[in-house]
Design a protein around this ligand. Structure first.
Ligand SMILES: NC(=O)c1ccc[n+]([C@@H]2O[C@H](COP(=O)([O-])OP(=O)(O)OC[C@H]3O[C@@H](n4cnc5c(N)ncnc54)[C@H](O)[C@@H]3O)[C@@H](O)[C@H]2O)c1
Length: 356
């Protein structure tokens, strides 16, 4: 159980900080798998936050979680955003609603943590980017939580002259046991591989020059007309070569790996934070069924960074709307490649000064 904000602020600094909101009251939109996990984290494991208002399309689900967390359920997402006792909003609804709900948060001037992706469509992502740029303030943080994962942080920290040098080749795999929202190859890119699209930009501090998607022999559970696994090949503007094996119906469990070859050495995040055990004629570790089993600490660290940013100020600690927009652009070029079989160039508009 985490400390609540009042205790945390006194314990950490010994003095009351000036101009801080002692507790950020978060309104939740979407109380499914990840929304419930985030809300429980915010209520119990993150210092400085409570969950005050909850909306879910499934009203019974919202009421149930609200009862558990001492919050109240409302009957529209607009009611969450407008509520006087909501200081910040967490969007955890299905992908296709994120842009519309993020736009409403911007219009209300409420800080928002928006689950990935910003939008499955480039136009949807662009509309949010344009609205935030017009507002002139960064209110949205994207839920690309891998940027907070101790494994990825350690990998990136090992780059440079004192470590493995600059990344030359990065090889990623992302496997789910089963497609969590049904198998659709375009969604495998916009919903799942979007994590790798983002984290490899973050690892390399670079943008992509092109993307190519290869399809091949399908896994046994792949429905007619779909492709699984997908193999994405990307090159950054500085020349780092990146590949992603995206296998949504792998049946083996949830597994994410990332191996980097640098100019001076190599590093691999193969087993994440798992303990590898040996027993008679076996060496290995259990795989979780889902992301919550692998990235729980990254989710918590991300929420804590967001809440601390809201109470203490300072630059946005995680991925921005610009990052969400770039993810949508790259994902949509990848879908073009999936459909055409051709390599597709990635071109981006100039980065707005707001995200310098
Ligand atoms: N960062 C991550 O690693 C991560 C992990 C899982 C999910 N996600 C993202 O979080 C979002 C939710 O995923 P999930 O796995 O929790 O899905 P889910 O299906 O378990 O939950 C979605 C919830 O949203 C509700 N809902 C449907 N339409 C809605 C609407 N218009 N407004 C509000 N709520 C609505 C549903 O009733 C359901 O309870 C997705 O966008 C997904 O991409 C991110």
């Amino acid at each position: 159980m985490g400390l609540k904000s009042q205790d945390y602020l006194r314990d950490a600094s010994g003095v009351r900080r000036k101009n801080v909101l002692m507790t950020i009251r978060v309104g939740l939109i979407g109380a499914g798998n990840i929304g419930t996990s985030h809300a429980r984290d915010l209520s119990t494991r993150v210092a400085g936050s409570t969950v005050s208002v909850i909306y879910d399309f499934d009203e019974a689900r919202a009421r149930e979680l609200a009862a558990e967390l001492d919050a109240r359920a409302v009957s529209s997402y607009q009611d969450v955003i407008a509520a006087a006792d909501v200081d910040a909003v967490l969007i955890a609804s299905p992908d296709q609603f994120h842009a519309e709900q993020a736009l409403a948060c911007l219009a209300a001037g409420k800080p928002t943590l928006c689950e990935k992706p910003l939008s499955p469509s480039e136009a949807g992502a662009r509309s949010v980017l344009d609205a935030e740029v017009a507002l002139g303030r960064q209110l949205i943080m994207m839920g690309f939580m891998r940027r907070f994962d101790p494994g990825y942080v350690e990998l990136k920290g090992g780059f440079g002259p004192a470590g493995i040098g600059e990344p030359l080749v990065i090889r990623n795999s992302h496997r789910n046991e089963i497609a969590p929202y049904g198998l659709d190859s375009a969604m495998s890119i916009t919903n799942a591989a979007i994590h790798e699209i983002d984290i490899n930009r973050w690892l390399t501090d670079d943008e992509y020059a092109w993307v190519e998607v290869l399809t091949g022999r399908n896994g046994p559970l792949t429905p007619e007309g779909q492709h699984d696994p997908l193999f994405l090949l990307l090159k950054t503007t500085q020349g780092t070569i990146i590949d992603i094996e995206m296998f949504v119906q792998s049946q083996l469990g949830y597994e994410v790996t990332c191996a980097v070859t640098g100019g001076l050495g190599a590093a691999e995040m193969a087993d994440g934070s798992y303990v590898t055990t040996s027993r008679t004629l076996h060496r290995g570790h259990d795989l979780p069924k889902q992301w919550l089993g692998r990235f729980q600490e990254a989710y918590r660290l991300q929420l804590q960074a967001w809440i601390t940013h809201l109470t203490d100020g300072g630059p946005l600690p995680g991925a921005s709307t610009w990052d969400g927009y770039v993810g949508a652009v790259v994902a949509n070029r990848a879908i073009e490649s999936l459909r055409s079989g051709q390599r597709v160039a990635v071109t981006l508009p100039p980065r707005p000064a707001l995200y310098a």
